[in-house]
Design a protein. Structure first.
Length: 246
């Protein structure tokens, strides 16, 4: 998958996206992540890319031309029209379903706004969809873009050691993940649950599933409406809730 970042802070994004699992996939050539510094397309000798908002008000707005020229530069080396994503608090709230959908694309472009945002006309011209990573305010679109890139890229085949193994992870089935334990067997007088040391794989699987269901019930009950629960699990939750055991 090819991913382009249009940003005023390419070093910030490169520093993050060359580390760990995503960084390895970049080095392996599974991901082709590129950065275009919008400032390189300022087109004036002071390299200015922002200006005061028409109509007045505080702060600065990113001008449309440098962004448009940066995007045209990306298109020069693109095979087909990429999907262009703009990160802003006004976007559709990003989730695992959107991550799955985006992971099917061949080429994504992330437009990262800064200051008070981007001139509306260039958004209308180049952006296919606006995404938000949640209802809070940040100083720029770079961190949201990196969050989306991380979530999408790890679903691209070959990025994780074994794609199959991750089909049981959190949110895949709409449930939270079961608790994890590693050595030592006793920490601060707390033991690792006995079943995990038993080597009985059937029991371990059942215990983990039950933990996922109970956790989801306690911490994020709203997720249960969309979760894939068996009829038996649904009856169990109903009974436990009625007996006030959850
Ligand atoms: C684009 C447009 C995304 C980018 C506006 C971006 C939160 C998110 C930004 C803005 C972002 C998210 C302009 C919004 C200045 C905040 C005070 C950068 N913040 N800004 N406002 N939730 N900020 O995904």
């Amino acid at each position: 998958m090819r991913i382009d970042c249009l940003t005023l802070f390419p070093e910030m994004m490169q520093a993050v996206l060359t580390e760990s699992i995503i960084g390895r996939a970049v080095r392996n050539g599974i991901l082709d992540v590129r950065y275009t510094d919008i400032r390189d397309f300022a087109g004036n000798k002071h390299n200015r890319v922002d200006d005061a908002p028409y109509g007045g008000g505080m702060g600065m707005v990113m001008q449309p031309e440098p962004i448009y020229r940066a995007y045209q530069e990306v298109l020069k080396t693109a095979d087909e029209k990429p999907r262009v994503i703009y990160l802003s608090p006004q976007g559709r709230v990003f989730n695992q379903d959107i991550a799955k959908e985006l992971s099917q694309e061949k080429h994504l472009v992330f437009l990262c706004g800064h200051y008070e945002g981007v001139d509306e006309r260039v958004i209308e011209e180049i952006v296919d969809e606006e995404l938000s990573i949640g209802d809070y305010v940040l100083t720029g679109g770079e961190i949201p873009a990196m969050a989306v890139i991380d979530a999408v890229a790890r679903l691209v085949p070959g990025v994780l050691p074994s794609a199959e193994a991750y089909s049981e992870e959190s949110l895949y089935n709409g449930l939270l993940e079961y608790p994890q334990y590693t050595r030592p067997p006793v920490f601060m007088n707390k033991e690792v649950p006995e079943v995990l040391l038993s080597g009985h794989h059937e029991n371990i699987k059942a215990w983990r599933r039950a933990q996922s269901v109970i956790r989801t019930c306690r911490k994020r009950p709203e997720l249960l409406t969309d979760a894939d629960l068996t009829d038996e699990e649904q009856r169990l939750i109903k009974t436990l809730l009625e007996e006030e055991k959850l």
